[in-house]
Design a protein around this ligand. Structure first.
Ligand code: SF4
Length: 268
């Protein structure tokens, strides 16, 4: 059995096969992390803390959530956090995190959702005959009873998602396939995105046929990737604005030199 695929690894290949190769085939690790990624991780940890406390019968004050966020931010800050959008400062991103948490806290207090799992790792085959696995981490999984589930995902991205995009989204639909494998008696699954910068919630669901179509698309994509790996290519570079957030410029045949946004920042 090969290393599991994930929505993130599949997206990486779709966006730029060269980048996928450097990361997932050559296993070249870079120390850099974009501040958007750093911020997202700290916000996710803070919501994990919030719901962990609630599951213990405690309701943390908002100040307690912000303390957790601040502690995580300061302790995990490292010199290779990269700010690509130079018009924004570290303080801007820190405040963005506290704003996201504040908006979420006010909207959802007293957090009555029937939480079943937090940061739940799901590892599964879409069908038993598949010879590859899919892995994902579900931010929050709610069980509403009577076979009804909700998969929740927190986003700190600057843009929200249209309903049409939610209805086509692969990530949470893949997680649904995993939940259907792992839990018995799953009758209904709703997919829920929380866009924390905007305080918006977007919901969607999938028909049986849509899930079948998703499996076919994922199998085709995995076959294409595996064929490229076996043949040693091609992994063409795909230049786009995302190159600014890519740390493989030294390896990339489409680029010269190193990514100019990579520079050492100091903690706030
Ligand atoms: S710099 Fe751009 S083209 Fe090159 S590997 Fe990274 S994302 Fe792909």
């Amino acid at each position: 059995m090969t290393r599991p695929f994930s929505h993130s690894s599949l997206s990486s290949y779709e966006q730029c096969p060269a980048r996928y190769k450097f990361s997932y085939v050559d296993n070249i690790n870079k120390p850099y992390e974009s501040i958007e990624s750093f911020l997202g991780r700290r916000v996710h940890e803070s919501l994990e803390f919030l719901y962990s406390e609630i599951r213990e019968g405690l309701l943390p004050l908002f100040d307690g959530v912000i303390d957790h966020f601040t502690k995580g931010w300061n302790e995990k800050w490292h010199k290779d956090v990269v700010i690509v959008k130079k018009r924004f400062s570290t303080d801007y991103y820190f405040k963005l995190g506290t704003d996201c948490l504040g908006r979420y806290y006010r909207k959802h207090k007293p957090f009555a959702s029937p939480v079943e799992e937090i940061e739940y790792t799901v590892l599964f085959k879409m069908d038993p005959e598949d010879d590859f696995q899919i892995k994902g981490i579900i931010d929050r999984l709610d069980y509403l009873g009577d076979g009804k589930w909700e998969i929740h995902d927190y986003k700190t991205s600057s843009r929200s998602m249209s309903q049409a995009d939610a209805n086509q989204n692969r990530q949470l639909a893949l997680y649904q396939l995993g939940i259907q494998q792992v839990f018995d008696g799953v009758k209904k699954v709703d997919l829920v995105w929380h866009f924390l910068r905007h305080g918006e919630e977007v919901r969607s669901s999938r028909t049986v046929q849509e899930l079948q179509d998703l499996k076919t698309k994922v199998r085709n994509l995995v076959s294409e990737i595996r064929e490229s790996v076996q043949n040693g290519g091609p992994f063409p570079p795909q230049k786009s604005p995302l190159c600014n957030w890519c740390f493989y410029w030294e390896e990339c045949p489409a680029m010269a030199g190193h990514n100019p946004v990579v520079k050492r920042e100091t903690a706030s």
